[in-house]
Design a binder for this molecule. Sequence first.
Ligand code: AMP
Length: 298
Amino acid sequence: MTLARDVAGLRAQLAQLRAGGARVGLVPTMGAIHEGHLALVATARAHCDVVVASIFVNPRQFDEAADLLAYPRCEERDAELLAAAGVDILFAPDSEEVYPHGFATTVEVGPLGERFEGAVRGRSHFAGVATIVLKLLHMCSPDVLYLGRKDAQQVAVIRRMVQDLDLPVELVACPTVREADGLARSSRNARLSAAERARAAALYASLRQAQALVQSGETDARALTEAVRERLSREGITPEYCALVCPDELRELPKLEEEALLILAARIGQTRLIDNIALAPAWRSQSAPAEQEALCSA
Ligand code: AMP
């Protein structure tokens, strides 16, 4: 694996590799690499000739200065993990390379960016996400962009941007990788105390409970979200939001009639976590759950 710190270096390395018509996959991350990121890399590795991973803790998508400051940074360890997973180029620019003095142009993402995460974290959150992803796409010009379904609204926002701005890239959204008890892998999990970590398992447990209700025929959004809230309240957790939504626009649905997402966000202590599960009405998915989830034993 080679390291690129600036756009010129990244492009020079890619130009050589691309000469033979290689297919390039990009996995953008904010570092603190975990199994979730590595699963994206593995998928990219399986389908692309060249895999680029980026590490950039993007200040423009943080709404709280303390959160940005506390975000884990461990580039040496990350580089080892990414190299072992088969990444060809690690792109890890500093802030001045990405946002030089005078930087002013950003992506406006529209109403989708104002719902749920956008409502809690502010409009600038998804503007920040879309801007950095657009910049990374221009810097790297990948054929395929790999994102995780854990960040369902992020996937929807970027899918919208790719479509709206005619970006020549294929977007692949990969399943959520979870701990053995179902907690979605996240760089933020490390901030949970032992007691909070135990309670955090209720997030996925509550989503699975809603999924079981769906499998027994429930389709009413209120019944499903109430079941989630009730399960969370047993652990003293009140979600910031919990809603049944359509996957593309994240519009709230009164009833489960097509494939939909049940999304939630909650604070456990000081740590904010998000999760979601794909649901389909029982008549659509008699046997298998709607989404294949990757569970880790570690
Ligand atoms: P982050 O470093 O948190 O910005 O995440 C970088 C990418 O990894 C995003 O596309 C995330 O959606 C994805 N990702 C984060 N956690 C997971 C997970 N547990 N499973 C799958 N993908 C994930």
